[in-house]
Design a protein around this ligand. Sequence first.
Ligand SMILES: Cc1cc2nc3c(=O)[nH]c(=O)nc-3n(C[C@H](O)[C@H](O)[C@H](O)COP(=O)(O)OP(=O)(O)OC[C@H]3O[C@@H](n4cnc5c(N)ncnc54)[C@H](O)[C@@H]3O)c2cc1C
Length: 446
Amino acid sequence: MNGKATPRVVIVGAGFGGLNAAQALAKASVRITVIDRKNFHTFQPLLYQVATAGLSPGEIAAPIRSILRSHKNVEVLMAEVTGFDLDRRIVETSEAGIPYDYLIVAAGASHAYFGHDDWEPYAPGLKTIEDALEIRRRVLLAFELAERQAAVSETATPLNFVVVGGGPTGVELAGTLAEIARHALAHEFRSIDPARTHILLIEGGPRVLPAYAEDLSRSAQQQLNRLGVEVRTSTIVTQIEPGAVRAGNTRLRATVVLWAAGVAASPLGKKLDAPVDRAGRVLVLPDLSVAGHPEVFVIGDLAAMEDEHGKMLPGVAPVAIQQGRFVARLIREELASEPRTSAFHYWDKGSLATIGRAAAVAEFGRIHISGFIAWLAWLFVHILFLIGFRNRLLVFIQWAWSYVTYERGARLITGSTYLPGWSGHQDPSAGSAERSSEEIHTNPPK
Ligand SMILES: Cc1cc2nc3c(=O)[nH]c(=O)nc-3n(C[C@H](O)[C@H](O)[C@H](O)COP(=O)(O)OP(=O)(O)OC[C@H]3O[C@@H](n4cnc5c(N)ncnc54)[C@H](O)[C@@H]3O)c2cc1C
């Protein structure tokens, strides 16, 4: 083992998988090196709250160093991992090679545009704090630009927000945007009426939340409609351009477009000399190791693995957490000279998806819950699992306050004041050459 007395475990990525692996190994006699390109861990399930100005970044992120500070055998390095030399057992970073005895790769996933990367500037996805802040900037800016235009020229620009993708992220974004427009901003503008903002959720498949049972998908769609979101299912987006989304022959004007439709695994998966699936996830063995390299494990969103019914494990935090702990246990047992026999088994405790204020769905086996009770369950679980007690308490207080007052306290527009496609809205002939074109809303001055 690299000729050293204490074996070295290198963990790439301090997301849910990597952090849990590190914590579960902390009492073992190993030296642990956690490498992440960021100095903080992001609680991704609450990113949409940052994107919609409900929470500030610091409330859903925590420094990796401080999360792991009490574990003396853990060191944290901020570095970009660029590849691996599996024969020499080295993790390659932009600075230097880092040797390992065991390697755990937990680099997660990002959004994918199905080969249309040129859509990204017009339709940001939601994966990182930076993404969330960019979405927040665009959403808040759209209201400001519309108010300014209506105030100075008395012309109205329709405010149309289009969310592409009806999975959990698209649903929570659309629902929360509706809440902002109808409540949080309702009385703060003088020349436009934010409540008349049109929010459209487009889903390519026949129903939203396709991973949930059909009755919950139906309920989610009804709850979205009640919040004021228009849902179009079986609608494939064929083009995104500044200020517009096209679905076949239909051109939909869009002040802000948000992308919640596709996921691609970290490119590091392809650097492990192992087979990958179409999303770039590594096809791992039952013990989560890579074929031919029992000392290399892949966990979390980067790993592709079926459950005992042949269904792919979902890309959710509990899978990553359980896999991190499982691999840590395997390494501990192996170091105690126990043979490696066990296979990873995911304990599915149920799924929860939030839709908006007091709106959610929950699936616990055969028990399906919708509405306020599901939302309370969602709230409880997400606050419980927030990293760090300080954040948990702060977020809870923040939430309770905004529930009572409808306020969204983090409404800051920072950085650029450019909104892609905004000037295009002023051109009344835009889209007129289309065989079929559609304006989805007009927002006249009050
Ligand atoms: C908007 C959103 C909402 C979600 N909501 C929920 C939810 O409600 N419930 C739920 O269970 N799950 C939810 N998920 C999914 C959940 O967050 C993921 O399944 C989980 O984060 C996967 O954990 P992971 O450890 O595999 O990867 P991640 O948590 O993504 O962590 C990967 C880490 O690797 C680091 N990294 C990546 N590449 C490199 C590199 N080259 N060099 C160095 N470091 C690198 C990253 O900086 C990151 O810290 C949501 C995800 C998103 C994006």
